[in-house]
Design a protein around this ligand. Structure first.
Ligand SMILES: O=C[C@H](O)COP(=O)(O)O
Length: 318
């Protein structure tokens, strides 16, 4: 995969004199949160778009080869084929954006996707660099990336060094991220900022800029393990950093909200934020992913309702 963003030299002006209008950001975020979403055909179209953007995730201590296999099967067949056929959609054309697993489960995921010839279509994303805390020696964090790539990961969701960010050591953060990008090789690097641990929105903006300067292909809100994960306020700060970086350099970087995204309505809100704050291309899976372990079930329920006029019983959408 070609990287979207080669990065630039460290430029301190991107992290100096950052002024955010908190009142305006909160007001804008509230508009997205309370707005009525699209209905009927439009809603289903947006929901199917959302499916293609899901990084279908399992990140649990008790993950096994067999639950990773099930995850891969679901990523390749996200919505019941008969439902898709009834709305004139070819089931073979709908897959999730990626599967996302811990490094030690990458080989299971890659092997499973290869066994049904989907390894070229559905990338395996590995969380790495001491996910979720990142509190490990740099050497082991870099090694972890290389091992995940060797096992078949083509996307690496790294966690940033929150200590460096909280201490304002942006150059250290940049240097580490540069090395991580190098370790990724051809794999895309998605930088998890862990916004809930950055202390301020100014830090969220600065960390976004540093991650992009260092060559991240995506910036991602959260690991899903912090107390605060993907919020619209944090997201607005991040997408405006994406826009500033794009205007300054011409490089488009992707965005991945993650953590606590559970409902079809949430998915539509996130897509509308991308479309209104950025552009249409930023609503495709090249530049937008939803990191979620439990969102797909609700989307499938809504598609079922659209097709049949009623909500599915538990046994109809196992
Ligand atoms: O990166 C993905 C997140 O860990 C998923 O979080 P979630 O389980 O709250 O959907």
């Amino acid at each position: 995969m070609e990287s979207h963003n080669p990065g630039i030299e460290f430029d301190e002006s991107y992290v100096n004199n950052v002024n955010l209008n908190l009142t305006a950001i909160k007001k804008r975020a509230a508009e997205f949160a309370t707005r009525r979403t699209v209905k009927k055909d439009y809603q289903v179209a947006w929901l199917l778009r959302a499916v293609t953007c899901i990084d279908l995730t399992t990140l649990a201590g008790d993950d096994t080869p067999s639950n990773v296999q099930k995850l891969c099967f679901k990523a390749a067949n996200p919505i019941r084929a008969d439902l898709l056929k009834q709305i004139g959609f070819n089931p073979k054309e709908l897959t999730c954006g990626a599967v996302c697993v811990y490094p030690s489960r990458v080989a299971d995921a890659y092997g499973t996707l290869s066994s049904f010839k989907m390894n070229d279509k559905i990338p395996v994303a590995a969380v790495a660099t001491g996910f979720p805390s990142g509190q490990y020696h740099l050497e082991t964090r870099l090694k972890e990336i290389k091992l995940a790539v060797a096992d078949g990961a083509s996307e690496i969701d790294i966690v940033i060094n929150r200590t460096a960010a909280l201490q304002g050591d942006w150059k250290l953060l940049f240097d580490e991220l540069k090395q991580m990008k190098e370790s990724c090789g051809k794999a895309h690097m998605k930088a998890i900022l862990a916004v809930g641990e950055l202390g301020s929105l100014e830090n969220v903006y600065k960390a976004s800029m540093v991650a992009m300067m260092a060559g991240s292909d995506f910036i991602k809100t959260s690991t899903g393990k912090e107390g605060v994960n993907a919020t619209l306020v944090n997201a607005l700060v991040m997408v405006r950093a994406l826009r500033d970086y794009y205007y300054a350099t011409g490089y488009k970087v992707g965005f991945k909200p993650a953590g606590g995204i559970r409902t079809a309505k949430d998915a539509c809100v996130w897509l509308s934020l991308m479309k209104e704050e950025l552009d249409e291309e930023w609503t495709t899976n090249k530049f937008f992913r939803l990191g979620a372990s439990a969102l797909l079930g609700d989307i499938e329920r809504q598609v079922y309702h659209y097709v049949t006029g009623r909500y599915a019983a538990a046994n109809e959408l196992p």
